[in-house]
Design a binder for this molecule. Sequence first.
Ligand SMILES: [Zn+2]
Ligand SMILES: [Zn+2]
Length: 280
Amino acid sequence: MFIDSHAHLEGKRYDSDREVVLARAKQGGIEAYLAVGNGDGPDTADCGIQLAEKYSGKAQFPHIWASVGIHPHEASLANDAAYARMEQWARHPKVVAWGEIGLDYFYDHSPRDVQKTVFLKQMELARAAKLPIIIHCRPSENSENAWNDCLALIAEHWTSTGLGGILHCFTGTGEHARRGLDLGFMISFAGNITFPKAQNIRDAAQIVPLDRMLIETDSPYLAPIPYRGQRNEPAFVKEVARQIAELRRTSAEEIGFQTTQNFYRFFKLGEKNESVGTRA
Ligand SMILES: [Zn+2]
Ligand SMILES: [Zn+2]
């Protein structure tokens, strides 16, 4: 059993075969996935909810949980109307997290001061909604800037909530992982852990305790080897498990089992079965 803790399947790239992709995941042992709700920006941040409503609870598909949030790329599109809408969406029974939110200094699609303001505002909203947060953090080339800013903002404005969070698609060093763990966060590894140059990610995966780890695809991005360069999909999360298993000298099934348990525990979800409909 496996859970893909982070994927974006709402885009056009899946319009022609979304149900095939979902069925393939289920056949491959992926029993659930978290439909991350960023959409193209705040207006479409309910995209994960839409997928969960449409496909969840059907035996041929994985169970689908959802999140809502404004990605740092689209931070400059945030406004009060968008926040108000998201507060409503966050009450939907399938929504288990607020995210992905955070800082992206690699692309700088929104100015950094705006990214910080919108990140802070969403931490406030997530606190009020009593939801954990999913963090996207990407520094500029050869820099730790976004990590330092992001971890400092979390330490100052989030840790005290006790709601926790996930450092998604972890690309930092072992030191960043340690700092994230100290802040009470889960660390989620994606397909880029299989890339030859990603030794820092493999190093981090060796020190993260198995009960603090999640796995994800971040579909459609970052397909793991041997699918690198293709459109990613939840079924490929097994390649992430396989890579971590190799590093930890265990089996992909064991990593799948452990990260599945972690997912249910972290999100306070009931026993793993299709009848689970709402948060515990
Ligand atoms: Zn991300
Ligand atoms: Zn993502």
